[in-house]
Design a protein around this ligand. Structure first.
Ligand SMILES: C[S@@+](CC[C@H](N)C(=O)[O-])C[C@H]1O[C@@H](n2cnc3c(N)ncnc32)[C@H](O)[C@@H]1O
Length: 152
């Protein structure tokens, strides 16, 4: 399985995948390295399963149809050009590959705003996936929804 994680942050998603035994390529734009994901990965013994690369979701440095799965864990609403980013996710996903976008719900955003009042609004990825060929399964879970796209 070739797996890509968009928006490394604290490494929550990449580390969870690595703990399941997967090799993960993860990244975020240069200058965005705000969290020490490496120490956390080291602590739980999975640093060797995670490869970090500077990247911008809006123009990914990968070939067409490279990945079996792409994970975007509460990063989508931080990306400026969401339409380009989604096009890129579908471009680099293999046929029948999955794109899993975890996004805060409006209720989730309200909770985050108790600590970070200027946090961005909730985003529904379905508003940005017109004209793309896929099937979609949504798992609703209170403050966070998982949008699981499968490339047709
Ligand atoms: C809330 S954090 C993500 C948390 C992370 N996914 C985790 O599992 O811990 C949001 C991330 O989105 C990243 N980001 C913002 N714009 C981006 C872009 N254009 N391409 C890739 N990542 C981006 C930021 O660098 C930031 O780390």
């Amino acid at each position: 399985m070739k797996i890509l994680d968009i928006g490394t942050g604290r490494g929550t998603m990449a580390i969870m995948l690595a703990l399941k035994g997967y090799h993960v390529i993860t990244g975020e734009p240069e200058g965005h390295d705000w969290a020490d994901w490496r120490s956390s990965a080291k602590k739980v013994g999975v640093e060797n399963l995670i490869t970090f690369k500077h990247l911008n979701a809006e123009q990914l440095p990968f070939s067409n149809s490279e990945f079996d799965a792409i994970f975007v864990y509460v990063s989508f609403h931080h990306i400026n050009d969401k339409i380009s980013a989604l096009k890129e996710f579908f471009r680099v996903a293999k046929q029948h590959g999955i794109i899993v976008i975890f996004e805060l719900t409006p209720e989730g955003v309200e909770e985050v705003r108790m600590s970070f009042p200027s946090h961005a609004n909730a985003v529904d990825p379905r508003d940005y996936t017109k004209n793309t060929s896929y099937s979609l399964n949504i798992i609703e879970h209170g403050n966070i929804n998982a949008y699981i796209y499968k490339k047709s």
